[in-house]
Ligand binder design. Structure first.
Ligand SMILES: [Zn+2]
Length: 621
């Protein structure tokens, strides 16, 4: 958030930007005389000129003057032209778009928390509506489904299950009757806009699961369809009170369980049946792949975390991907000390199904037999290496060594290497060196992230705090902000340390975080640049100048190649600097383990540079 936004929530600022089309706002001050592609041109209101060089981009919602090089988004335009403060400009534009602005400065935060309370109250009202509907005649279909799944009325009550009738405005009318404000209705995540612009119920004809935060307050809902329709499950979108990554379903119940472990499964129904069967330490990640945030949340409540994945082939592959992600991430969840293992339900069953057939005692045994992550992976590699009913040792060797390479803890890695060595009837040291090679390959391939070690070294380079940035890194960031969908699909994503230290990195880091959320846009980038200086000029002027010159590339393939090319060029500069720095450092060092480590790092940097240059060459072909 911009430093002077006086505690106004970012989503309100976004509403104000999107509620004020820049062309019509600027059009009140200038007369557009020329159109070129997506851009409108006029005489600049900020400097005197005879030919129009002031442009406004419809698609990017920004302005930029090719004469005096001023640029910005709609808020910044109003600030500049009306000589207003940020808050004053915001107020003017909010009024124009009929958006209610929280009270300024001191009260803003208080207001936000009041709003959050209002949203929570509204969600509770909704839960009451769903609950009442379940127990009315219309809820018959949902009750039958629960009976079929052997969920008792007591369990349904404990989890607050309900039913959303198949109506467009059932909940809407109920909420209005309860006096819930329009603004809250829009923000609570339970409604969507109809074509006519009114609000309609998001959940229709679905069994409803309230999603609780760890304190037991309802923050969202999930709904399962009861007919053949799709999608089978939908969840409320993220709101001011709900962030998917920070919620584990049923943690509010599981946290009081006496068990030392916490069991993480995928869906609502699994968890509910498990609790009903007495397995009260189960939670669900809710469809999305388990995130490191969820894992660190879980580790606050348990010494051991046991993951369950679907036991078919697809489930196993998903498990492997998920574990790779958790193990190789640079930013391991801090304070993540809990032991992580994977439970296996035999006979290809869901935990829920297994408990129904064998009882909770038998399931407790399954939990205590859960395998440490690496052991699980070795076992998975074995299963994957059976080709046409025969065990293929070569496949096993390469898979197992790859999985071992994800483990950064040398002790754990060596222990699992022992198992692999046993299976292959070779020495542990040969397995260890193959795993090391897999790790080196992975990092020089740079597929997801370069070696952790290299990154640590990179961040150790003395920061250049001169607030300068190269043309290429500015272009890279502008392209990404303009095309958030490209970012999502990039095989290799930029990280903050790819950008020059100081302002550039600060803005890039903020935008990367937004891009991970799927948010982008030129106006957003300019918002983040407010008040900052880059290359001796206001950062937003620098960015808007480049943004305005970027042409729309419509071919997504071409675009993603282009962006990747910029990324590798930017990274090449970073690593070239790093290489020089290391060379100088090594020169001045006495023989010893420190020097050896630096020489190793030098080699890694050099390899990665080679890789980058190959990629650049390939991309420019
Ligand atoms: Zn100008």
């Amino acid at each position: 958030m911009a430093g002077h936004s006086g505690g106004i929530p970012e989503n309100i600022i976004e509403d104000i930007i999107s509620g004020n089309d820049i062309v019509s706002v600027v059009g009140q001050y200038v007369r557009f005389t020329k159109t070129s592609g997506q851009n409108q041109f006029a005489l600049c209101p900020f400097h005197s000129e005879d030919t129009p060089s002031f442009s406004v981009s419809v698609s990017k919602q920004i302005y930029y003057c090719f004469g005096c090089h001023k640029g910005g988004n709609v808020i910044q335009f109003i600030m500049e032209v009306e000589k207003l403060s940020f808050m004053e400009a915001l107020r003017l534009l909010a009024e124009r778009a009929k958006i209610t602005l929280p009270e300024p400065e001191d009260d803003a935060l208080k207001k936000l928390s009041v709003e959050r309370d209002e949203i929570r109250d509204a969600l509770l009202e909704a839960a009451r509506y769903f609950y009442a509907s379940l127990h009315s005649e219309r809820g018959r279909i949902a009750v039958e489904y629960l009976e079929k799944r052997k969920i008792t009325p007591q369990t349904a009550k404990k989890f607050g299950l309900g039913y959303a009738p198949d109506e467009w405005e059932g909940l809407y009318r109920w909420m209005r009757q309860k006096g819930v404000r329009d603004e809250i209705l829009q923000k609570c995540g339970l409604f969507t806009k109809s074509k006519k612009g009114g609000l309609i119920d998001l959940f229709r004809g679905r069994l409803m699961f309230p999603i609780f935060d760890p304190m037991g307050k309802i923050v969202a809902f999930g709904g399962r369809i009861l007919t053949d329709g799709t999608p089978k499950y939908i969840n409320s979108p993220e709101t001011e009170v709900y962030s998917k990554q920070r919620i584990l379903y049923a943690l509010n119940f599981a946290k009081t369980s006496k068990e030392k472990s916490l069991i993480i499964v995928e869906g609502y129904m699994d968890v509910i049946s498990m609790h009903q069967a007495g397995v009260t330490n189960a939670v669900a990640s809710l469809g999305t792949a388990l995130t490191d945030r969820q894992l660190s949340l879980a580790s606050r409540y348990a010494e051991e975390i046991v993951l369950f994945f679907d036991s078919d082939n697809a489930g196993r592959n998903a498990a492997i991907r998920s574990l790779k992600n958790l193990m190789t991430r640079l930013n391991r969840p801090s304070g993540m000390n809990a032991k992580l293992s994977v439970g296996r339900v035999l006979e290809g069953k869901d935990p829920d199904q297994y408990i129904r057939e064998h009882g909770s005692e038998a399931f407790r045994k399954v939990v205590s037999d859960a395998l440490p992550v690496l052991d699980y992976l070795v076992e998975a590699a074995q299963a994957q290496s059976v080709v046409d009913g025969r065990f293929d040792a070569r496949t096993f060797q390469s898979l197992a060594c790859e999985y071992l390479s994800w483990e950064s803890n040398a002790v754990l890695r060596e222990r699992a290497a022992g198992t692999v060595a046993n299976i292959l009837k070779v020495s542990v040291s040969s397995v260890m060196s193959e795993a090391k090679r897999a790790e080196d390959n992975e990092s020089s391939r740079g597929s997801v992230e370069p070696l952790r070690a290299i990154k640590e070294q990179i961040s150790a380079v003395p920061a250049d705090e001169t607030n300068r940035a190269t043309h290429q890194e500015i272009l890279l960031l502008c392209f990404l902000c303009e095309n958030p969908e490209i970012f999502r699909d990039m095989p290799d994503k930029p990280i903050p340390t790819d950008f020059s230290a100081g302002t550039m990195r600060e803005i890039a880091a903020g935008m990367i975080a937004e891009l991970y959320k799927g948010v982008g846009g030129a106006a957003k980038l300019l918002e983040r640049s407010e008040d900052k200086e880059l290359n001796g000029r206001p950062a937003r002027d620098v960015f808007s100048g480049i943004l305005m010159k970027i042409k729309d590339v419509r071919d997504p393939k071409k675009l993603s190649r282009l962006v990747l090319d910029y990324l590798y060029r930017v990274r090449e500069q970073v690593y070239t600097r790093r290489k020089k720095y290391l060379a100088v450092q090594i020169d001045g060092m006495a023989e010893g383990p420190d020097r050896e480590a630096s020489v190793d790092a030098f080699r890694e940097v050099n390899n990665y540079l080679k890789f980058l240059r190959e990629q650049i060459r390939e991309l420019s072909n």
